[in-house]
Write a protein that binds this ligand. Structure first.
Ligand SMILES: Cc1cc2nc3c(=O)[nH]c(=O)nc-3n(C[C@H](O)[C@H](O)[C@H](O)COP(=O)(O)OP(=O)(O)OC[C@H]3O[C@@H](n4cnc5c(N)ncnc54)[C@H](O)[C@@H]3O)c2cc1C
Length: 459
């Protein structure tokens, strides 16, 4: 372990070149990169290495969703001329498998960090000043400080919210009993992934969304198509609908709402609140750093993820820019590169957004709405996913669309995809956007055949 001890006022203080608060994707990526580069690193984590992503976010949701997909495939195996006598599932075992996956990945991260000489300290860290962090009784000195404390679920102050038992994503992930019905407040990414999961298990799901479409930020046309698919599967959607009250009802919980048709209510056995997440700005000692904030009251960072205080960096959800694990990872790499003097800077123009519903939906770059708002001329090129032989072979009875938004000279500005496996393919468009490529450039590459990704060569 690489750290130095300094004797100050009879206390021994540990000195590091980099102190990191938060062991999620931002924190652990930075710790590993800095350790590899030979810096002395201390990483503070108050709960579990891996952060929200590994313990209660990306990985657990996808593990549950995969079980749901397998169940659905078994139920509908006859579409592929395969007979499965009677498909069934055990939610307790699905949740146990999820925990096993999480444990394995957390251990993997711990092993990697240890191998790179990172000192992992378990406990809640507080910033004393830009060069000093306190955790428990110990004080740590650092040349650079990286804040990666993440974000937390935002619970809106809806009347009655304190009086009802609601689920956050954490409860939904660990729940072992299948409810008869579930109301979901918020039709964003998290809300829709849980809607998909519980709908697959046969739960009567209602999604209440304040905006006029689910999945704000994704392509509206494709989101509407996905919504139509789920409406066919039985999910009830209430769009442009504001939740005005929550109360205990006969069926469990009653969600009172208002929309253009007037006032109404929906009752369900369980209620999931998923209206969004906010950076963790309290309990970290941020007040001890004179940090400049943005208009949205987030910590301002530059293209190297450095805050207004030199030597203090902020990565991941905490800076409020993107709130995605893959953004956090790239930001962490950029911050470490700046610390070690390696040329690099953060670009946000091609951050993929994916919703792991079935079918998946993904987008990258600019949306049509964003292009129109900026007055940028573009052409929307659209192809059915059925242009890909592999897609047709593996998606019996399913439709899909690939949409590419191109500038007048053919430069790729944005792309969206509805259909499996959109999560794996969207990076093809992401790389084109990041590198300023044109639609015709895809033709120069030899794509493996048959793959769903070949769709990009068809434009
Ligand atoms: C249900 C759900 C599903 C998601 N699915 C996806 C997905 O599919 N893809 C995707 O890209 N993103 C997804 N996300 C978002 C993703 O989890 C976050 O963007 C990502 O975890 C952010 O990483 P981070 O390192 O910034 O913060 P976090 O992962 O939140 O980690 C922050 C860590 O800091 C620790 N910490 C905080 N304060 C202190 C302190 N004072 N001292 C010590 N430790 C502290 C916390 O305990 C935590 O472990 C999902 C989120 C949720 C909730």
């Amino acid at each position: 372990m690489k750290y130095f001890l300094s004797c100050r006022q009879n206390f021994y203080t540990m000195k590091y070149q980099l102190a990191i608060i938060g062991g999620g994707p931002a924190g652990y990526t930075a710790a590993e990169a800095a350790g590899k580069a030979g810096l002395s690193v201390v990483l503070f984590e108050k709960k579990s290495l891996g952060g929200v992503c590994l313990n209660e976010g990306c990985i657990p949701t996808k593990t549950l969703l995969y079980s749901a997909k397998v169940y659905e495939s078994a139920k509908h195996a006859n579409k592929y001329a395969v007979t499965v006598p009677e498909a069934s599932f055990d939610l307790g075992k699905i949740v146990a498998r999820k925990q096993k996956v999480v444990r394995k990945l957390v251990l993997g991260i711990k092993a990697k960090l240890t191998a790179h000489g990172v000192n992992i300290v378990t406990g809640e860290a507080t910033v004393i000043d830009k060069n000093t962090v306190k955790c428990g009784e110990e004080t740590y000195e650092c040349e650079n400080l990286l804040l990666c404390a993440g974000s937390d679920t935002f619970i809106p102050p809806i009347p009655g919210v304190e009086e009802v038992d609601y689920w956050t994503h954490r409860d939904a992930l660990d729940n072992k009993e299948v409810p008869a019905s579930l109301a979901i407040v918020g039709g964003g990414v998290i809300g829709m992934e849980f809607a998909s999961f519980f709908c697959s298990l046969g739960v009567k799901v209602t999604v209440v969304e304040m905006m006029d479409e689910i999945l704000g930020g994704m392509d509206k046309e494709l989101s509407a198509m996905l919504r139509a698919e789920y409406a066919k599967k039985g999910i009830k959607f209430l769009l442009s609908t504001k939740v005005v009250g929550l109360s205990k009802g006969e069926e469990g919980i009653t969600v009172s709402y208002e929309n253009a048709d007037g006032a109404g209510s929906v009752s369900a056995e369980k209620l999931l609140m998923s209206v969004g997440r906010r950076p963790v700005m309290k309990g970290l000692g941020l007040e001890n750093l004179d940090l400049e904030l943005t208009e949205r009251k987030c910590i301002k960072v530059d293209e190297h993820l450095q805050s207004s205080v030199p030597g203090v960096y902020v990565c991941g959800d905490l800076n409020g820019v993107s709130l995605l694990a893959h953004t956090a990872v790239r930001e962490a790499e950029v911050a470490v590169h700046h610390i070690i003097g390696k040329e690099d800077k953060m670009s946000y123009q091609a951050i993929p957004g994916v919703v792991y519903t079935n079918p998946e939906i993904a987008s990258v770059g600019m949306s049509e709405e964003a292009l129109q708002a900026k007055g940028i001329a573009y052409t929307a090129l659209k192809l059915p996913m059925a242009y890909s032989g592999r897609f047709v072979a593996e998606n019996e009875g399913m439709n899909g669309v690939c949409k590419v938004l191109a500038a007048e000279d053919g430069t790729v500005l944005g792309a969206s995809m509805l259909g499996n496996p959109a999560s794996e393919l969207i990076i093809i468009a992401g790389m084109a956007i990041e590198d300023g490529k044109k639609v015709e450039d895809w033709k120069r590459y030899v794509f493996p055949h048959p793959t769903a990704g070949e769709i990009f060569r068809e434009f």
